[in-house]
Structure formats: structure tokens, C-alpha cells
Write a protein that binds this ligand. Sequence first.
Ligand code: IMP
Length: 175
Amino acid sequence: MVDAKPRVLFNGDEIAARVREIAGEISAKYPDGGVLFIGILKGSFVFLADLVRAVGRPCHIDFVRISSYGSDTASSGKLDILMDVHIPVRDRHVILVDDIVDTGLTVSQYRERILQMGPRSVEIAALIDKTGRREKHVSLDYCGFRIEGGFVVGYGLDWDERYRYLNSVCLLEGE
Ligand code: IMP
């Protein structure tokens, strides 16, 4: 993928419009705010920053760093927690914020972990739902865009730590 060229799939205006729509749904559901947004690092940092400002209501924000081993490894289904949630989850409405859901393993396993902490509710918001390689069913409560496959970068998403700064979501072509 070294010579891959990013091609814009969703530009900054399109993303901003979708983020406003999702924020509208969240504001309608939680008119008094009080949601605990948990961003899954690193890729969710741009989406989460735009989302909470578009929601514009008092909230709590935390971040976690996790990764899951895919089913092609010996440790299938294991979640590696590099940094866990710090803000107490019990009795709060939680929204897990992810950049992209691919196999679905990471977010579904972390959701299970959060559920064990006794929240009032847990929802999932993802900027991109990449459907073609799903291994674990994930019910996305809020979803920015749906794609079938391909590798996308920008707006927080990286390839080898590159492209996170881009304003658009781009497809890496020439893989
Ligand atoms: P999964 O849903 O457990 O397979 O893992 C999702 C994670 O894989 C995301 O949070 C990203 O870090 C990474 N990922 C999957 N597809 C892409 C992509 O197209 N671009 C950038 N990162 C991706």
C-alpha cells in the first residue's frame, strides 16, 4: 500500500452534515444531556470532538485504547485493553464512539465489558460501517456512512499512522 493514493469518498462538508444529523438524533434522545461518550482511540478522536460539540449539551467524555485479535490468530476473540475507561459507568447513559466498524470484534467485545459495569444504557456510534468483513453482528445506533469494503483514511483514520489529519474520508487506492 506504499504507493496508494487517497481518493475522497466523503468530503468535509458531507461529514459535517452527517455529524449534525447524528447529533440531532442524540440531542432528541437525551435532551438534558448527561451522556458519557467513550471514544475508542485513536481513530475516533476527530469524530468524537465534532460530535460532542454538535450535540452541544453537558456530557462526560472518556477515551479507551483497545484492540481485538481477529479470528485468524490463536487468541481469537480476545480484547487487549491498553487503557480502560476511568469515569464511572454505573447508572450512566453510555455512547461508545468508534471510527470504523470492520469485523465488529473490537466494539462488540468492549460493549460487553461496559455492560458488566452497570450502565443505564449503552449505544454505539460509528463514523463508518464497513460491512463486507463482519464477523460479529453489531447493532449501530448511530452511523455516519456505510461502505462495503476498501481501506479508508482521514478524519482520524490512519494507515500506519498517516492521513489522520485529512478533513475528508478517503479511499486508499492502488493497494
Ligand atoms: P474491528 O471492527 O474489530 O475489525 O476493528 C475496527 C478497527 O480496525 C477500527 O477501529 C480501525 O482502527 C481499524 N480499521 C478497520 N478498517 C479500517 C480502515 O479501512 N481504515 C482504517 N482503520 C481501519
